[in-house]
Design a binder for this molecule. Structure first.
Ligand SMILES: C[S@@+](CC[C@H](N)C(=O)[O-])C[C@H]1O[C@@H](n2cnc3c(N)ncnc32)[C@H](O)[C@@H]1O
Length: 233
């Protein structure tokens, strides 16, 4: 029977209570440190606001602060996959590359990114995921053409996109499912210490993986709890 455990807590404190060698996959989407670049939501007279409001939680994050606990709680056969903004990729690599046999990156290409109305500069249509593991890790290699470090999908929208609360960075289940099916087997335990509204948990439970989630903001935590309970009903 698939299980989940959710904690309304500060990830940096809660991670210390997770037992050594107990997690098969850390699949997470931590803060990006991009909020200082944010100019708030974009307002238009002819359509609803476009979400550009990177929140107060999105600051003072340094992957080095996760290093000891991530290494301690991951099973020897485990994998780590973490969404990562362009400004932090150097820090992730510098911190984690020396600790694992392999460090790779993966690209999520959004087929419907926010348009550039002023037509100056590229659309922000790609997100990076840093991935790391040691020899002997779980890896369900599919056909060669399914194993590119690139995946295309729309951003989260339609009925999947929560309206209340609206999370500015809710990730699509399709993408998370693709990643966790490669890096885990049924019955394994997936951890997301920055779970937002619980998208990683939804993908985990739908695919018969156990899930542990941590979230600091009460509204997001409550939304995640509701979503996950509905899956196991
Ligand atoms: C990028 S979002 C994750 C969104 C998630 N992927 C989803 O689909 O909903 C990062 C989340 O980390 C949470 N967060 C930030 N600092 C935290 C901390 N110290 N402990 C736990 N959660 C934290 C934020 O509230 C935010 O919801």
């Amino acid at each position: 029977m698939t299980k989940f455990y959710l904690y309304h807590a500060d990830a940096f404190k809660k991670l210390k209570t997770i037992p050594d060698n107990s997690i098969d996959l850390i699949l997470t989407d931590p803060p990006y440190n991009l909020s200082s670049y944010s100019t708030g939501n974009m307002k238009f007279s002819w359509r609803s606001d476009i979400n550009n409001d990177l929140a107060t939680w999105d600051r003072n994050f340094n992957p080095i602060d996760l290093k000891d606990d991530f290494v301690r709680i991951l099973k020897p056969t485990g994998n780590i996959m973490a969404f990562c903004s362009y400004n932090l990729i150097g820090k992730w690599h510098e911190t984690f590359d020396p600790l694992f046999d392999t460090f790779q990156f993966f690209v999520w290409h959004k087929t419907n990114p926010v348009p550039k109305f002023r037509k100056a500069g590229f659309l922000n249509s790609c997100e990076l995921v840093v991935c790391m593991w040691n020899k002997g890790h779980v890896w369900n290699f599919g056909r060669q053409n399914e194993m590119h470090n690139f995946f295309e999908s729309p951003i989260c929208m339609g009925p999947e996109r929560l309206k209340n609360p609206k999370h500015p960075t809710q990730k699509p289940i399709l993408l998370l499912t693709h990643l966790l099916k490669i890096a885990t087997n049924e019955g394994d335990t997936v951890l997301d210490p920055f779970m937002g509204v619980g998208s990683t948990g939804v993908a985990a439970l739908q695919n018969k993986r156990n899930f542990i989630g941590i979230e600091l903001e009460k509204d997001y935590f409550d939304a995640a709890q509701k979503r996950l309970k509905n899956i196991l009903l």
